[in-house]
Design a protein around this ligand. Structure first.
Ligand code: PEP
Ligand code: MN
Length: 360
């Protein structure tokens, strides 16, 4: 089925003009309102000339973009925008710079969060991660500290000059998380929580959209489209492993999926080797492989005392392991003609700086 979309200014007169133009060629149509824009869409009648319809719409005042497409997404598709999107995060840009985010699975105590943030920064990491609202399989597992956890994370991130990414689990939490964090994470279990996608689509904060562990890559792009079509175009995709048949592994890191997403979408794609691996020993090799395969960055769990972690301790890197990983990632990047930007506290990044110098 062929569809057409027109991205227009949020102005009733503009939307009305677009809808009546669409009505001449389509029986089924609708509109999606964002904070500043409205996307009008229609299913074209068979045999309709999408090209001339698109030209007619583009000529209307207030129409920014029109696309004719035959899948479940248009605006995030590289076929409609060949140029890669960059997403600002602190002083870096996803899609231009390799961004390594480190931090605990969950914020637990001020000491833990401060010490992990300092270790991430010392190693040359670019950003802090950490959950305050935790999607846990069991209702009897640690559920996160909530807003006090966000405050601990933000305090530690600011002290180290790092931007912060943290998860919102429902639409009602988006505003709160966006107030404390620089980027809102949508977790794997929520990739198709459409109300949540709509809520982050209407806000201005960048979004880290993780792949559902049972979701196909095309479903992931359709989920990203839910956000993008409401006007929030600052989306970073994250491959974090999908469920396989083999209980040896928590998940299977889908590097084919990473490459496909990079080719098929103009959005940056990073990799979370921690949830893909499930165990500490697999994290660094998977991280290196992800960079080699073209990932725009990494999301890595780090804990100062992994054996005492309240969530995901088995897959957490120690600060020392994270520092080693940063050097390895810099070396892999260099081998491929890319460079790792120095983190804001790049002291431990001397090795990274040396790697970069060798690449220049
Ligand atoms: C997390 O990043 O801590 C997390 C819960 O990840 P995922 O949603 O990928 O399981
Ligand atoms: Mn985790």
């Amino acid at each position: 089925m062929t569809r057409i979309v027109a991205v227009c200014r949020r102005d009733p007169a503009v939307v009305e003009a677009v809808r009546s133009s669409l009505a001449a060629h389509a029986d089924i149509q609708g509109s999606i309102s964002g904070a500043r824009q409205v996307v009008c869409w229609a299913e074209l009648r068979s045999g309709a000339d999408g090209g001339s319809q698109a030209r007619e719409l583009s000529a209307l005042d207030g129409v920014a973009r029109t696309e004719v497409f035959d899948s479940n997404y248009a605006l995030v598709d590289r076929r409609t925008q060949s140029e890669s999107t960059t997403v600002p995060f602190g002083s870096l840009q996803f899609g231009r710079d390799l961004v390594v985010i480190g931090g605990p699975c969950s914020a637990e105590t001020a000491t833990q969060v401060d010490s992990v943030a300092a270790a991430v920064a010392r190693a040359g990491g670019h950003a802090l991660r950490g959950g305050a609202f935790k999607p846990r399989t069991s209702p009897y597992s640690f559920q996160g500290l909530g807003e006090p956890g966000l405050m601990l994370l933000r305090h530690a991130a600011d002290a180290e000059g790092l931007p912060l990414v943290s998860e919102a689990m429902c639409a009602e939490e988006v505003e709160l998380v966006a107030r404390h964090a620089h980027m809102v994470q949508i977790g794997s279990r929520n990739m198709q929580n459409f109300r949540l996608l709509e809520a982050v689509g209407r806000c201005d904060t960048p979004v880290l959209l993780k792949r559902g562990f049972m979701a196909r890559v095309d479903e992931m792009l359709a989920a990203a489209e839910y956000i993008y079509c409401r006007g929030n175009t600052q989306i970073v995709l994250c491959e974090r492993g999908i469920r396989g048949f083999d209980p040896t592994f928590r998940n299977i890191l889908d590097l084919s999926g990473l490459v496909w997403l990079k080719q098929r979408s103009h959005l940056p794609v990073i990799v979370d080797p921690s949830h893909a691996a499930g165990t500490n020993e697999l994290v660094a090799p998977l991280a290196r492989a992800a960079i080699a395969a073209g990932a725009d960055g990494l999301l890595v769990e780090v804990h100062d005392r992994p054996e005492e972690a309240l969530s995901d301790g088995e897959q957490a890197l120690t600060p020392g392991q994270f520092a080693t990983l940063m050097l390895e990632v810099a070396a892999v990047a260099r081998a491929l003609g890319r460079r790792l930007a120095p983190g804001p506290r790049c002291a431990g990044g001397e090795g990274i700086a040396m790697s970069n110098a060798a690449a220049d």
